[in-house]
Design a protein around this ligand. Structure first.
Ligand code: HEM
Length: 440
């Protein structure tokens, strides 16, 4: 590696181009190159196709790029744009700000209470299914079960409608699209043709939900507010759904076209089920390797919360959060020229031995942390202005389901879990087959 001195400051260390060329020729995943570039505490970079990228893992640097520098280091054309369009995750500038403002209040601790019955209902469904499997002695695929649960909770919360099997099939096919998206930065890739049918089915399903909601919505707009939406919706007494809120916005803001409403719904749907489902699957993978932790967590909500926090440390599904320097910047005294990609990598940050002793081991007892962590040291939900909108929702649904399942069942996998796949999300490869038994 070589540091490069330029007139107005040092550039970070850069990997030799030959190392990058060898990695590129090997076809290895991006995470392998990042591991080679990684030097704890330092900014290190590499060049590919004439573009410079700098790996950001030290908590101080993470805090600077995502937190205080959140307005200067922006999301460049997003890897998921072909799927998510201009929804909140991919939008930038004023468009993003106004989208976030519109939905923020719905996702606070108080805001998500309106969806508690959706989350509880979806959890009951899985518990009931596992009770049947336990009685019959049949195995199950945990990855699929937790995915059904997270699609169920988010679909009900977004639309205030129940989830039927056909809708589930169309919505869950999004995972094939997500799996086809590149982990790497470099502009929005086109979707491969084999996932076009899945995208068309998803779009049709979402547009139909919007059209149905519009009918209910206009039937209920003579009077105003939450009561009206409840009557127009499922009668669940939960107040307006996210879709109602978006249709309200469409009444006053021309930016909320049908296209943008679709993009926002798909964004919340994908962001809202993928990460939670994969995190729950990772939790079961780790618990299977640590049966003593599984026993301790049964019936103990604080231990369940710690299991989830530690799972998110070891396997943050948002393992790579790319940003882009639009102007010339200085980071920790180093020069970051305009046009540089900054690759914030929670996966590597979460394994920093300076912050996490014995970082590779699964030790839920680390949580809740006793001494405050340095800013930027733990960021499974991101930090700064673009931090996850659904943190509270995700933690609530994961804690509820995992708590109920561990309290009632023992779980034993029947095949080893798949290897980590570092795609746009960090997920375990393949299914997770297991036998579940009622605790006696
Ligand atoms: C375990 C579950 C989850 C994890 C680990 C997770 C992680 C993240 C991370 C790391 C980001 C920041 C991305 C960046 O800075 O580039 C993010 C953003 C986002 N997440 Fe989540 N998320 C989870 C669940 C959810 C849920 C349940 C929802 C919706 C209900 C959601 C909605 C969003 C949205 C809309 C954004 C974009 C926010 C913005 O750009 O303003 N997420 N998430």
């Amino acid at each position: 590696m070589q540091s490069q001195c330029v007139m107005d400051g040092m550039l970070p260390d850069f990997l030799d181009d030959a190392v990058v060329a060898a990695w590129s020729a090997s076809g290895a995943p991006l995470v392998d190159l990042l591991r080679q570039a990684h030097t704890p505490g330092r900014l290190t970079g590499f060049r590919r196709g004439g573009r410079a990228a700098v790996l950001v893992t030290d908590p101080r640097h993470v805090h600077e790029v995502l937190g205080v520098g959140g307005d200067r280091y922006v999301k460049r054309s997003h890897r998921a744009r072909p799927l998510l369009g201009d929804g909140m995750l991919t939008a930038s500038g004023e468009a993003w700000r106004s989208q976030r403002r519109l939905l923020q209040a719905m996702f606070t601790g108080r805001g998500i209470q309106r969806w508690e019955h959706h989350i509880a209902g979806a959890a009951d469904r899985v518990v009931g299914r596992w009770a049947g499997l336990a009685r019959r002695g049949e195995p199950t695929d945990i990855a699929e079960d937790v995915q059904f649960f997270t699609v169920d909770t988010i679909w009900r919360s977004l639309t205030d409608r129940p989830l039927d099997e056909e809708t589930y099939v169309d919505l869950a096919a999004v995972q094939d699209i997500v799996a086809a998206l590149p982990a790497d930065v470099g502009g929005a890739a086109a979707l491969p043709p084999e996932v076009e049918a899945a995208l068309a089915a998803l779009d049709e399903r979402v547009h139909r939900a919007i059209a149905e909601a519009r009918v209910r919505h206009s039937a209920g707009t003579d009077t105003d507010s939450d009561t009206t939406h409840t009557e127009a919706g499922s009668g669940s007494g939960s107040g307006p759904s996210v879709l109602d809120r978006l249709l309200d916005a469409a009444g006053t803001d021309p930016a909320y076209t049908d296209r943008l409403i679709r993009d926002e719904l798909v964004t919340l749907l994908v962001a809202g089920y993928e990460s939670s489902a994969r995190t729950l699957t990772w939790a079961f993978v780790l618990l299977d390797r640590h049966p003593e932790v599984m026993e301790r967590a049964a019936g103990d909500p604080r231990a369940v919360e710690a299991v989830i926090s530690e799972t998110l440390r070891l396997y943050p599904t948002g393992w790579l959060l790319p940003r882009h320097a639009t102007g010339d910047e200085t980071l920790d005294g180093f020069r970051i020229p305009a046009g540089t990609d900054l690759l914030v990598c929670p996966y590597l940050t979460h394994r920093d031995p300076e912050v996490w002793p014995d970082p590779e081991t699964f030790t839920p007892e680390r949580f809740p942390v006793r001494t405050p962590l340095p800013p930027g040291a733990y960021l499974p939900f991101g930090i700064g202005p673009r931090a996850c909108l659904g943190t509270r929702f995700a933690m609530r649904e994961m804690e509820l389901l995992l708590g109920e399942l561990l309290a009632r069942f023992t779980v034993e996998t029947t095949e080893p879990a798949g290897e980590p796949v570092f795609g746009i999300n960090l997920r375990p490869a393949g299914p997770l087959f297991a036998r579940v038994r009622e605790r006696t």
